[in-house]
Write a protein that binds this ligand. Structure first.
Ligand code: DOR
Length: 442
């Protein structure tokens, strides 16, 4: 099947220009082709921008084990609607993804159910070093250096040293210091106002754990990606380590702060916790200056009934995968960043960080994971329109300008004007970890 996407304003790695893109099968085969071309389908994209599909490198899709919150099919529908064509999913499912067999099982489930492309991290425990060393078909190793949802935790220094010393896959971590969080939990045990969450999981908890993991990464010269940076304090620690250390920020840490507990309560209870307005501003600045390279969502759905329980029974996490691109396009509309920057943060950089083959760019030979966006379209996020199984968004009621109107996964249209085509199947993401990471590839 050959498709011509014509008259779009196309964001390529080097420029943004009005041109046409030709897709043959799963690949981009030409940009700005000769006029006479015989194709099976022509998409007239006049007035629209064409960008690479978003790659979300941190999601929790709950299957297996917690399918009442989300499953791989509903989550992938939400991705398609949001312009997310590839995701990397975390290991805190039930059972946890801590060996090759569990990885293979998830990959099989995804190939049966997902309408977008997929990859799965392997989770570290204190005693699965052999599995981590031998793991294949995975972007890398996830360590919960501080515990969050689920029971994965590696806090002992000796175990961490072994993982950083003896494995070769890139490592990523949830950085909140367990000792600090436990001490604060005891200190504030009598307080049930959810706003206390940001004092329990405080600035120091994030800073101590990030400092600790960066120390490990630097001493062992091990590639390391800091997940969901939430504080200004962590930024000087992660800056200027070249290819060794990369970092990510989530929309909720950019756009929510402790003032939002009054309006949203446990809907904005997350780990790491949301912080202060000055942190919002510093994180935004860190994106602009390149200290942080990636935007990901940490999509972590829980049902509203679960969220309604009094703190601390209310679980941490919020869904975001179907709104993250629109939230960032709205920033473009507000003049706070450019579309090229959004593409860099959400498409290109995650592909480089995780050594993905042929993803994240509109370039000949790359995969035809593509999104047509309307930068002018105004819309309102509504709980009842969410495709995530939990059917709510902390941004319910937000009026945004700009959204995905059509999403292609490996050359096939999977989402168009409100409808997901459930017959499309995503592909397993391919990784080439010999490439050497973020700065080494062009
Ligand atoms: O708030 C969170 N929820 N943070 C995490 O790291 C895990 C996630 C979840 O799985 O619910």
């Amino acid at each position: 099947m050959k498709t011509l996407i014509k008259n779009a304003t196309v964001v390529t790695p080097t420029e943004t220009l009005q041109t046409s893109v030709v897709v043959d099968g799963t690949k981009i085969v030409d940009i700005n082709p000769a006029m006479q071309l015989s194709v099976d389908e022509t998409i007239d994209a006049t007035g629209l921008h064409l960008i690479p599909g978003v790659i979300d490198d941190q999601v929790h899709f709950r299957e297996p084990g917690f399918e009442h919150k989300e499953d791989l099919r509903t989550a992938s529908f939400a991705c398609a609607k949001g312009g997310v064509t590839s995701f990397l999913e975390m290991p805190n499912t039930n059972p946890n993804t801590t060996n090759q067999q569990r990885l293979n099982e998830k990959l099989q489930l995804a190939s049966d159910k997902c309408v977008v492309n997929y990859g799965f991290y392997i989770g570290a425990t204190t005693d699965n070093l052999d599995e981590l060393v031998a793991a294949q078909r995975t972007p890398g190793i996830k360590i919960f250096i501080g515990s969050s949802t689920g029971n994965l935790l590696v806090d002992e220094q000796a175990a961490l040293e072994r993982i950083f010393a003896e494995t070769t896959l890139p490592i990523t971590a949830h950085c909140e210091d367990e000792t600090t969080v436990r001490a604060n939990t005891a200190k504030y045990a009598d307080i049930h106002d959810v706003a206390i969450h940001s004092q329990i999981r405080d600035h120091a908890a994030a800073e101590i754990a990030t400092r600790r993991s960066l120390d490990l990464a630097k001493r062992h010269r091990h590639r390391f990606h800091v997940l969901h940076v939430s504080t200004a304090n962590e930024l000087p620690l992660i800056a200027n380590h070249g290819n060794l250390i990369t970092a990510e920020v989530c929309p909720h840490h950019l756009f929510f702060n402790i003032d939002d507990y009054a309006r949203l309560g446990s809907l904005v209870q997350m780990n790491p916790s949301i912080k202060n307005k000055v942190d919002n501003q510093a994180l935004w600045q860190a994106l602009l200056d390149g200290t942080i390279q990636v935007i990901a969502t940490d999509h972590a759905p829980h049902t509203l009934e679960e969220k309604d329980q009094p703190y601390p029974k209310s679980p941490s996490g919020l869904p975001a995968v179907e709104n993250s691109l629109a939230l960032m396009l709205n920033q473009v509309a507000l003049g706070n960043c450019s579309l090229q920057q959004v593409v860099q943060w959400m498409c290109d950089a995650p592909a480089r960080v995780w050594d993905m083959l042929d993803k994240g760019r509109i370039q000949v030979g790359y995969d035809a994971d593509l999104v047509l966006v309307d930068l002018e379209r105004k819309h309102v996020i509504r709980n009842e329109q969410q495709l995530t199984k939990c059917r709510w968004s902390p941004w319910d009621g937000a009026e945004l300008t700009g959204c995905a109107v059509r999403t292609l996964v490996m050359g096939q249209t999977v989402y168009r004007d409100g409808q997901v085509d459930g017959d499309v199947r995503g592909h397993e993401i391919q990784f080439d970890h010999q490439r050497g990471g973020f700065w080494a590839t062009t």
